[in-house]
Design a protein around this ligand. Structure first.
Ligand code: GLA
Length: 418
């Protein structure tokens, strides 16, 4: 299994064995008797294609070696018991009927148990609602929480894989079934937790392949595995967790989404990706905010194409400017960056990165910098200094290697998508 390149100040990822042991130990501590198994799903960073997954556009995430591990045992009744070592509260008990939109449950419980509700909503002919029962689960994670690295999707997808196998739904074994699991996890996040996110994070957790970036086309759900091996060309992808916390994040995300959907509706198309003539639409938009939002979407779609073409042509050296242009667009047109992200990106470039940009939803969270391997430590040190000078929280770092999708990890199967 892939592990992170050691970085002096890096956020450690657990080996598979360590994750299994921790999940197993917490399970034994919380409940009598062993779990049926342990499943895991990774966090992600998106290389390019930001805020496109709810606009029918493409995105290009890689899975991180950092994973959430869920030890789970099915039950004969409809009780759901959850244990975590660092959530608030650390224990929760209820029934499957408490897990629903509008239910009064902590958000981490919605992430962990929401997929059970969403799977039960699937077409009745599939029989999932009848098949699914209660469960006991212990959740542990080395995906940093709140860093914009999809810790929430990692919880959803690890539980979904666990429920799929323990209740014999048969979805985890092939790409089509996994797409159904991913869709259920999105639904859990949108409807049970109430976060109006797109589908990138769940696809990254369930459909990625080690050594590859996942080119996900959210218009038709199709995926392609694009080889992504920076080490071979002496480069590394440094992830900078700004540790910036921003208020109103959900409202801001929802507002961006609503602005895009409003323009698409006015233009008579389901998503901005389907605009017949984007330049003509841009020319006729009179509201400057709307014009900026749409311009980000339209130009970012082109940048994904450019980035993927460069990767396929082995032109890793030319990727930097595309990352830089994406950041400028997210900062100036989509307005989802923040001073901590901008300083991370600018400092990384000044210290030798070929290109850098914010990644994920924005308003805090993480940035990525593409850099010669020999510059990574110096870039991390420069960003740390820049933050210290401003009196900000010290940032955290990790070097991202494209890792495998989630699966069972306690030795009963190989734990990754076949
Ligand atoms: C968050 C959401 C994703 C996606 C990104 C922006 O990570 O969870 O669905 O919209 O923001 O690309």
């Amino acid at each position: 299994m892939t592990t992170s390149v050691p970085l002096t100040t890096g956020i450690p990822s657990w080996s598979g064995e360590e994750g299994v042991r921790r999940a197993h130990d917490l399970f034994l501590q919380a409940y009598a008797g062993p779990p049926d198994g342990v499943w895991a799903a990774p966090g992600r960073v998106n290389l390019i294609g930001e805020h496109l997954d709810y606009n029918g556009g493409p995105c290009l995430p890689i899975a991180l070696p950092h994973r959430t591990y869920v030890a789970l045992r099915r039950r004969a009744d409809r009780t759901v018991r959850l244990a975590s070592d660092d959530a608030d509260p650390t224990r929760w008990e209820g029934t499957l009927d408490d897990i629903r939109p509008g239910g009064d449950i902590p958000s981490w419980v919605g992430y962990a148990a929401g997929p059970a509700w969403a799977l039960a909503q699937q077409d009745a002919t599939l029989g999932f609602a009848a098949a699914l029962g209660g469960f006991d689960a212990a959740v542990v994670s080395c995906v940093p929480w709140g860093a914009g690295l999809s810790s929430s999707a990692a919880i959803e997808c690890a539980t979904a894989l666990a429920l799929d196998e323990t209740y014999g739904l048969g979805l985890g074994d092939d790409a089509t079934g996994r797409a159904t699991l991913a869709a259920a996890c999105v639904r859990a996040e949108n409807e049970v937790v109430g976060a109006p996110t797109g589908g990138m994070d769940q696809a990254a957790a369930l459909a990625t392949r080690e050594g590859h970036a996942l080119l996900l086309d959210t218009l038709d759900g199709s995926v392609e595995q694009v080889p992504f091996d920076l080490g071979r060309v002496g480069l590394a992808l440094l992830v900078i967790d700004t540790r910036a916390e921003h208020a109103l994040v959900d409202g801001q995300y929802a507002a961006r989404r609503a602005a895009c959907e409003a323009v698409a509706a006015r233009e008579g198309v389901p998503t901005l990706r389907e605009l017949a003539d984007p330049p003509a639409v841009l020319a006729r938009l009179t509201d400057p905010v709307e014009r900026r939002r749409v311009r980000h979407v339209v130009t970012e779609i082109d940048r994904v194409g450019e980035f993927v073409a460069l990767l396929r042509a082995d032109r890793y050296d030319a990727l930097g400017p595309v990352l830089d242009a994406s950041h400028a667009s997210l900062r100036d047109d989509y307005e989802v960056s923040c001073p901590e992200l901008d300083v991370a990106v600018e400092t990384a470039r000044a210290a030798g990165a070929l290109g850098a940009r914010m990644t994920g939803g924005g308003f805090g969270g993480s940035a990525i910098a593409l850099a010669p391997t020999g510059r990574v430590e110096a870039i991390a040190a420069a960003v740390t200094d820049a933050y210290a000078r401003r009196g900000w929280h010290a940032p955290r770092f990790l070097v991202a290697l494209a890792s495998a999708a989630g699966g069972r990890v306690d030795g009963r199967t190989d734990g990754a998508q076949r």
